[in-house]
Write a protein that binds this ligand. Structure first.
Ligand code: PAF
Length: 321
């Protein structure tokens, strides 16, 4: 694996692959890599292998490691965010990554980055965006810049950061960028905890309790599915109107009772991220087939001690038997 820190050699390598008509698959990261990131590299490799032209156009799997200051708030963990480039590079190399781009802050932002990607409030100022103002602006700005440098045909994001992947997909569509966005499944520990670089902040006791976040989301989804299954009305309409907010409140209280400090637990349409009120209107007017096809996602962020964890669960309500 080649490691590059500067833009000029990166552009030269990308141009060579492009001239040979090779495909480029890209995994942007902030380092502190774990198995979740490495499975994104596996997915990138599969995409390149499936779509490249064999030996004549072998394609390229590119990862970036850059702890992006633009997406950290003033009281967040930018300075203490774990950094170990040698360890990360060895993991990427062993996993078959071809090229690591690991720029410095000065390389990415040689002058103050005053041009930024402004995200639409209905996507970027809710949930994570409401609790981390400017976060998605920072993410989209660096991701757009990385896309311009790496020129990938496909970029792979983890589904644990559900809202991030969704916003990046919208950005790519609206700005007409020539690449596909793939959201790969969340990788979990055996007890269900979503793998995250920030899990390293958990004490042993907190680590043992951390799967409670996912369990709470699964319980919420189950309670809504049960309500829909016992309903005479369409599942989507019934569950959307009277139950969603109550189910969210139950989940928030459950987390508090377990000693967590939740920021939010919110149900959204998996298709367009619209909130329960809009979801209910959509569900009521939809045909029975479309109602059966409504996919929902519940997203949550909560603090356990000093560590803020996020997770989500996507599911489909089944119509009553
Ligand atoms: O998910 C991350 O690690 C970061 O938000 C990303 C996409 C690499 C942008 O800095």
């Amino acid at each position: 694996m080649q490691t590059l820190h500067d833009i000029a050699p990166l552009r030269a390598r990308i141009a060579a692959v492009r001239r040979a008509e090779g495909r480029i698959a890209f995994v942007p990261t902030m380092g502190s890599l774990h198995e979740g990131h490495l499975q994104l590299i596996d997915e990138a490799r599969r995409r390149v292998a499936a779509e490249s032209g064999g030996d004549s156009a072998p394609g390229l799997v590119v990862a970036s490691i850059f702890v992006n200051p633009l997406q950290f708030g003033p009281s967040e963990d930018f300075d203490s965010y774990p950094r170990d480039l040698d360890r990360d590079a060895a993991l990427l190399d062993a996993r078959g990554c071809d090229l690591l781009f690991a720029p410095s802050v000065r390389t990415m932002y040689p002058v103050a980055q005053t041009f930024r990607v402004q995200t639409p409030p209905e996507l970027g100022a809710v949930l994570e965006g409401a609790f981390r103002p400017g976060f998605f602006e920072g993410v989209c700005t660096v991701v757009l810049k990385l896309f311009n440098l790496v020129q990938p045909d496909v970029a792979i994001f983890g589904s644990k950061d559900y809202q991030q992947a969704l916003i990046v997909r919208h950005m790519v569509q609206q700005l007409g960028l020539p690449l596909d966005i793939v959201a790969a499944p969340t990788v979990r520990a055996e007890d269900g905890l979503a793998l995250s670089s920030r899990n390293a902040y958990l004490s042993a006791d907190e680590r043992a309790r951390a799967p409670q976040l996912r369990q709470t989301l699964l319980a919420l989804a189950q309670s809504l599915s049960d309500a829909a299954a016992s309903a005479v009305m369409s599942p989507a309409a019934l569950a959307a109107v009277p139950h969603i907010e109550a189910a969210q409140d139950v989940a928030l209280q459950r987390l508090r009772d377990l000693g967590w400090s939740p920021d939010y637990v919110e149900v959204r349409s998996a298709r367009d991220f619209c909130p329960p009120q809009a979801l209910s209107a959509e569900a009521v007017s939809a045909s029975p087939e479309a109602q059966a096809d409504v996919r929902w996602v519940v997203l949550a962020a909560a603090r356990l001690g000093k560590t803020r964890l996020i997770d989500n669960h996507e599911w489909q309500l089944l119509p009553p038997a």
